[in-house]
Write a protein that binds this ligand. Structure first.
Ligand code: F0G
Length: 355
C-alpha cells in the first residue's frame, strides 16, 4: 500500500465521487505484528493489529478521513461529535486538514489527558458536559438536526465505510481471514465496520469470514446483559458507554459470524495492559487491552481451541493515557551525577543479570 492513506488506496470500495477531496494524513496500512508470548501461551497464531500507529494514535482516523471528506464535499462548514476522547482527537485533526470548524462534546473529567491535549492543540472547540458519553451523543444528535452541522460520530455511515478497510488489510496481509477477530466494544461502530469489511471481502475474494469476538468492560457491558447501562463505569474510559449507537450492528456481527460478546473486568484489563507492554513490547491504552484480556480469559477457562489464527485489534496508543500507565506505583529517584553511585544503583539489578 502506498503512503497516500485510506481514500486513495481503497477508493473503489468507498463512496467517493470526483468531487470528494482526497484528504489524507497517511492513515491506514497499520502493522500486523505476530505475537510471541501470547501465541506461545495459547498455542494459537496470534497477531496484533496496531491501530495506535494511525496519525492521531487510534483506529478512528480510518473512518474520520472518509466522514470529513464527505462533509467537506457536501458543503458543511462545521462538524460536531461526542467522544470518549479518540473520536474528538481524530475529528479535530481531520477537520483542520479539511478546513472545517470542529466542536467536540465530552463527558467532563472522564477523558484521558493525552486525547484532550490532542483536541486542544488541533484547535477544536471543546465542550465538557456534566453527563456521560451517552448523554453527549444525544446532545450531538440534537445539534446536528437543528443546525447545519455534520455529525462525525460512527452514526455517520461514512465512518463505518472507512473503518471497514482494517478488515481488508488483515485479509490481504494474512492471505486469508483469521479464524477469530477479537476487539474491544464501546459504541459498537468498529465491530459493525469490521464485519461489513469481512463480508464485502468474502463476497469479492471468496475469503472466509472470522468469528467476531467483542469484549466490553464489566461495568459497561450493555451488549452482554442485553440492556442499556444507565451509569457505566470502567478504568477503560474509551469504552465507558452504556447505550451503544450501533447496538444492532454489533448483534448482527456476533450472530452472523457465530461469535460472541463478553465482558472482562477492570483487573483483567489492567493485567492485559501490563502483559502487552512487558511481554510483547506493545504499549496500548486500557480499552485496547480488552481484546487481549478477553483472549487470556478464554485461555484460562479452557475455551480457546489450539491452533487457531486470531487477530487482536489494538485500537489506541498507550501514550494517550499515561495517567493510567503510571498509576500502578511508578516512582523514580534522582541520583547524584556520579559514576560510582550509578554503578551501585545498577548493581541492585545484578541478581537479574543486569550487569
Ligand atoms: N478502543 C478505543 C481506543 C476507543 O477509543 C473506542 C471508542 C473503542 C475501542 C470502541 O470502539 O466505539 O467503535 O465500539 N471510542 C469512541 C470515542 C467512543 O469517542 O473515541 P467502538
Amino acid at each position: 500500500m502506498s503512503a497516500h492513506g485510506v481514500l486513495e488506496h481503497y477508493q473503489q470500495y468507498l463512496p467517493l465521487t470526483e468531487k470528494t477531496p482526497r484528504l489524507s494524513l497517511g492513515e491506514g496500512n497499520t502493522p500486523l505484528v505476530r505475537s510471541t508470548a501470547l501465541s506461545q501461551e495459547t498455542a494459537c497464531e496470534i497477531y496484533f493489529k496496531l491501530e495506535g500507529c494511525n496519525p492521531t494514535g487510534s483506529f478512528k482516523d480510518r473512518g474520520m478521513v472518509v466522514a470529513m471528506a464527505k462533509a467537506a464535499e457536501s458543503g458543511a462548514r462545521a462538524v460536531v461529535c461526542a467522544s470518549t476522547g479518540n473520536t474528538s482527537a481524530s475529528a479535530a485533526a481531520y477537520a483542520t486538514r479539511a478546513g472545517l470548524t470542529c466542536a467536540v462534546l465530552i463527558p467532563s473529567g472522564q477523558i484521558a489527558r493525552g486525547k484532550l491535549a490532542q483536541a486542544y492543540v488541533y484547535g477544536a472547540k471543546i465542550l465538557a458536559i456534566d453527563g456521560n458519553f451517552d448523554r453527549a451523543l444525544e446532545l450531538t444528535r440534537e445539534l446536528g438536526e437543528q443546525f447545519n452541522l455534520a455529525i462525525v460520530n460512527s452514526i455517520n455511515p461514512h465512518r463505518l465505510e472507512g473503518q471497514k478497510t482494517a478488515a481488508f488489510e488483515i485479509v490481504d496481509e494474512l492471505g486469508r481471514a483469521p479464524d477469530i477477530l477479537a476487539l474491544p466494544v464501546g459504541n459498537a461502530g468498529n465491530i459493525t465496520a469490521y464485519w461489513k469489511g469481512f463480508i464485502e471481502y468474502a463476497n469479492l475474494k471468496k475469503s472466509a469470514r472470522p468469528k467476531m469476538w467483542g469484549f466490553q468492560a464489566e461495568g459497561a457491558a450493555p451488549l452482554v446483559s442485553g440492556k442499556p447501562v444507565a451509569e457505566p463505569h470502567t478504568v477503560a474510559t474509551a469504552i465507558k458507554i452504556g447505550n451503544p449507537a450501533s447496538w444492532s450492528g454489533a448483534v448482527r456481527a456476533r450472530d452472523e459470524s457465530g461469535g460472541e460478546i463478553s465482558a472482562v473486568s477492570d483487573d483483567e484489563i489492567r493485567a492485559a495492559h501490563a502483559y502487552l507492554a512487558a511481554r510483547e513490547g506493545i504499549f496500548v491504552e486500557p480499552a485496547s487491552a480488552a481484546s487481549v484480556a478477553g483472549i487470556l480469559k478464554k485461555q484460562r477457562a479452557g475455551k480457546l481451541e489450539r491452533g487457531q489464527t486470531i487477530v487482536c485489534v489494538l485500537t489506541g496508543n498507550g501514550l494517550k493515557d499515561i495517567d493510567f500507565a503510571l498509576a500502578s506505583g511508578f516512582r523514580i529517584e534522582t541520583l547524584p551525577a556520579e559514576t560510582d553511585t550509578i554503578v551501585r544503583a545498577l548493581e541492585l539489578f545484578s541478581e537479574n543479570k543486569f550487569l
